[in-house]
Ligand binder design. Structure first.
Ligand code: AGP
Length: 614
């Protein structure tokens, strides 16, 4: 996610911008820039650098800037690779108006086309630059009014800050589905930032903007208006007591917990602008998959490692059910060395959060050499895999700091579900009514997870008390939930160091049942789906051998409580989407147990966030 900092007041602005951006580095970025009002109060000066903030700091060091109004930005690329030209701030045609932005402008293509017809010239590949020209198009004598008019046409998410040289005494800030906070100093001076850490060196007096609110910041005053009606809004000034470290995690103890709670937004941002809510029609232009090709493919190969491999295993169930195309799933370290029978009729899909995993990258390169078409599912714009692939489907989870993947995983599942719907629609194996049903089911997931997270956090905390000292754990699942059993086991083992195995529930009697005794906790995923009765039979086998059962199943299923008191229930949704929902309690259970064991949850021993070596 991008980082935004702004200031207007008596102090020199450049040091404030650089320090603030430095405190937002944990959000992840690939370029940085800033803009300030020149002393003559008649021109704006912009400086942008690709790469680390240090490059911008070095560039600014030599300049002794005595300006008191400005904006800074660190960019996490979503549209357009990392480069100086794509770095924020972006300006309008005149160079008199600049914007910095965090979020996704869904209709930027159509807006850009309209503006080009009106004579606007664009200098970047970003969605953000559209905002600068759109505001310019609406400018008369008041910046706030122009911003409000421009945003009427904008669809998507934005934390936006705007500066216009014709009104150098103010900064405009707008929040819509992307965080933005204000800071004020009693002695004068107003601040804006994506997140609290950037403001803590200067003030603890914070105003939290809500969605569809706009702020007008001046050196010695501030006001907040409703974006839609322009009405003045009375905002509370809150005093923040966090220290800087706590603030980076917005009060969560670990990045992993923060990222678990960010999943509703990550899933929403991954399908935003790609799924028509009315028809269920999916649109993935960056995947470079046309109807003719999709009707010519003989099979699909999914290739990944670790948690991403679990996403691939789930996708196999979806793709074969809804597209009729045979699917192979490979662990990349095996795929890269085995005999591959690939040609141009095979669609190969590498899945990787980082886009740098050595085994997955090597497998991708081999597949490409053999003539297969490559569509990569990745979370990092401009990563190696995305530069070598034929097409890409980006997950918009934002940077994932915790080594244990959480929001990237559920975003990968979201992207794979969208891809399944796209291929099914192009091959006419999904009817329009099925498309509507599947689309509605996916759209409902973010709010549902948002509602369930607080309760699940409490219930898993209670459960964790009994299992913190276990030495072994078995996770069971069937059908598209079997890979979630694998994922739950991986989460537990990688952050708590407890040995845990995921198994197909039906496999129990082929060996693992020998392990069952009173000391062996067995967690079974038992939603009311097509294989529910089979899972319950397997669970009864465990109970008969005095295994310690934890069940995760459907709310209202009285049968589960008859079997065990250690029960986590979830709302009933379209059964194909249970893998996304059922992952959440397993992530939280692993986190709660690891936290109680005093493990380094964000940086577990021996692990790296991106495995760039074999
Ligand atoms: C997941 O929690 C692990 N950190 C690990 O298995 C990870 O999924 C694997 O290394 C693949 O990484 P990638 O998605 O960046 O390719």
């Amino acid at each position: 996610m991008c980082g935004i900092v702004g200031y207007i007041g008596k102090r020199r602005v450049v040091p404030i911008l650089l320090e603030g951006l430095k405190r937002l580095e944990y959000r992840g970025y690939d370029s940085a820039g800033l803009v300030y009002v020149n002393n003559d109060d008649t021109t704006l000066k912009r400086h942008r650098c690709e790469g680390k903030l240090a490059n911008l700091e070095e560039h600014m060091e030599a300049l002794n800037i005595d300006s008191h109004v400005g904006l800074g930005h660190t960019r996490w690329a979503t549209h357009g690779a990392p480069s100086e030209a794509n770095a924020h701030p972006h300006c309008d045609c005149s160079g008199d108006l600049v914007v910095v932005h965090n979020g996704i402008i869904e209709n930027y293509n159509s807006l850009r086309d309209e503006l080009i017809v009106k004579g606007h010239c664009f200098n970047s590949e970003t969605d953000t630059e559209v905002l600068a020209h759109l505001i310019e198009e609406n400018l008369e004598d008041d910046l706030a009014a122009a911003v409000r008019k421009a945003l009427v046409k904008v669809e998507g998410s934005y934390a936006l800050a705007v500066l216009w040289i014709k009104q150098p005494d103010r900064l405009i800030a707008v929040r819509n589905n992307s965080p933005l906070v204000l800071g004020i100093q009693e002695s004068g001076g107003s601040f804006l930032a994506s997140d609290i850490p950037a403001l803590l060196p200067y003030t603890r007096e914070i105003i939290f903007l809500e969605d569809r609110e706009m702020a007008i910041l001046k050196a010695d005053s501030w006001e907040v208006l409703g974006l839609d009606h322009g009405n003045l809004i009375d905002k509370e000034v809150q005093t923040i007591t966090w220290n800087a470290t706590m603030a980076e995690k917005t009060g969560y103890k670990h990045f992993m917990l923060k990222e678990i709670f960010e999943q509703p937004l990550a899933i929403l941002n991954t399908f935003r602008g790609r799924l028509d809510p009315e028809t269920g029609q999916v649109n993935l232009p960056e995947a470079e998959l046309d109807t003719e090709y999709l009707n010519s493919i003989s099979r699909i190969c999914l290739v990944a490692c670790g948690t991403s491999w679990h996403a691939a295993l789930v996708a196999k169930y979806w793709l074969e059910k809804w597209t009729g195309v045979p699917v192979e799933v490979d662990i990349a370290s095996e795929f890269r060395y085995r005999t591959l029978l690939l040609d141009d009729s095979v669609l190969v899909i590498p899945i990787s959060q980082s886009g740098e995993t050595a085994d997955t990258l090597a497998g991708m390169r081999r597949a490409k050499q053999l003539g297969a078409k490559i569509v990569t599912i990745c979370n990092v714009v401009g990563s190696t895999m995305t530069r070598e692939t034929d097409g890409t489907i980006y997950t918009h989870a934002g940077p994932e700091i915790g080594v244990a993947s959480t929001k990237a995983f559920t975003s990968q599942l979201t992207a794979l579900f969208l891809l399944t719907m796209l291929i099914g629609q192009e091959r006419n194996t999904i009817t329009p009514s099925e498309a509507r049903e599947l689309g509605q089911a996916l759209i409902g997931i973010p709010n549902l997870i948002e509602e369930e997270l607080p309760r699940l956090q409490e219930e898993t905390a209670r459960l964790a008390e009994d299992f913190t000292k276990c030495r072994d754990f078995l996770y069971l699942g069937r059908g598209c939930n079997f890979p979630i059993a694998l994922e739950g086991a991986l989460k537990l083992k990688e952050i708590s160091y407890i040995h845990a195995e995921g198994y197909p529930a039906g496999e129990l009697k082929h060996g693992p049942i020998a392990l069952i005794d009173r000391d062996m906790p067995v967690l079974a995923l038992a939603p009311k789906d097509g294989v529910y009765d089979k899972v319950i039979s397997n669970v009864e086998e465990v109970k008969a051998r005095h295994g310690r059962l934890i069940l995760v199943g459907s709310a209202g299923d009285a049968n589960l409580l008859r079997i065990t008191g250690d029960l986590i229930t979830l709302p009933a949704i379209h059964e194909d989407l249970n893998p996304i929902l059922y992952t959440i309690p397993l992530q939280l259970l692993a986190y709660q147990i690891a936290n109680r064991r005093g493990c380094d949850v964000d940086q577990p021993r021996n692990l790296a966030k991106s495995v760039t070596v074999e």
